[in-house]
Design a protein. Sequence first.
Length: 257
Amino acid sequence: MDLGLDGRTAIVTGASRGIGKYIALELARQGCNIAICARTAADLEAAADEVRAEGAEVLALPMDVTEAGEPERLVEDAYDRFGRIDTYVGNVGGNRRGDFEELSDEDWEDLINLNFMSHVRVSRAAIPYMREGDAASICYISSIFGRELGGAGLSLYNTTKSALISVSKVMAQELAPEIRVNSVAPGSIRFPGGSWDQRVKETPDKMAQFVEENLAIERFGRAEEVADAVTFLCSERASLVTGACINVDGGQSHSLI
Ligand SMILES: NC(=O)c1ccc[n+]([C@@H]2O[C@H](COP(=O)([O-])OP(=O)(O)OC[C@H]3O[C@@H](n4cnc5c(N)ncnc54)[C@H](OP(=O)(O)O)[C@@H]3O)[C@@H](O)[C@H]2O)c1
């Protein structure tokens, strides 16, 4: 299947490791040029070299996307370098656990800025450039805990991941037909050095029990599997798909909607 991504430009935030890096790698294999960012310059440059090895031109910008002006700089520099922006993959995100009563305004502002506002800001800056093309798309990395209850201690994560799905649905209406907007909801994804990998190494028995009780396919997901779904959503083959949130979770989630 030709995905129709050859020669296009994609921006992927938080792509120095994990899911974001695998998305950048797959988009590169499909012929995209890529702009990536993360805070740690050395890790970002190492990831950029891996993506270049797939044949892509890569712009790697070390930055903290929660800092004022940085999302806009990412977009402007990508457009200056490549002369077009076709795809934005809003991958950057994190978790901060805590009881609702204990969380401060600062906790809320930090996570809202990282998991939600960074994507609003990159998207808003990129949309005018995306409209110059003929097949633009935005894809946000939410979570199954944006679609259903994550549990106690996850109010920041649950709320921000739900907000991403919500805004993508409204954006899909407003930006059609020029720009498609979707999200994916990964389940528990394990990759070397990631949070699940660390937990498996620290508490293997507990994690084996977690897999048995929670993961229908009896294993963790792989970052490559998320990257494949995202790459499809960003491609011309997904031309009828907008306003969708796709679970990539091996049957882990339980929501009916
Ligand atoms: N892994 C899972 O099981 C899972 C499940 C569901 C959803 N997700 C979602 O998928 C996305 C990626 O998850 P992951 O597990 O691959 O994450 P990860 O391993 O923590 O990687 C996060 C990436 O974002 C960068 N980053 C973090 N804060 C940043 C900031 N303020 N500015 C710029 N870059 C920043 C990190 O590099 P630096 O630290 O150097 O900045 C890194 O490249 C997240 O949105 C996450 O919520 C993950």
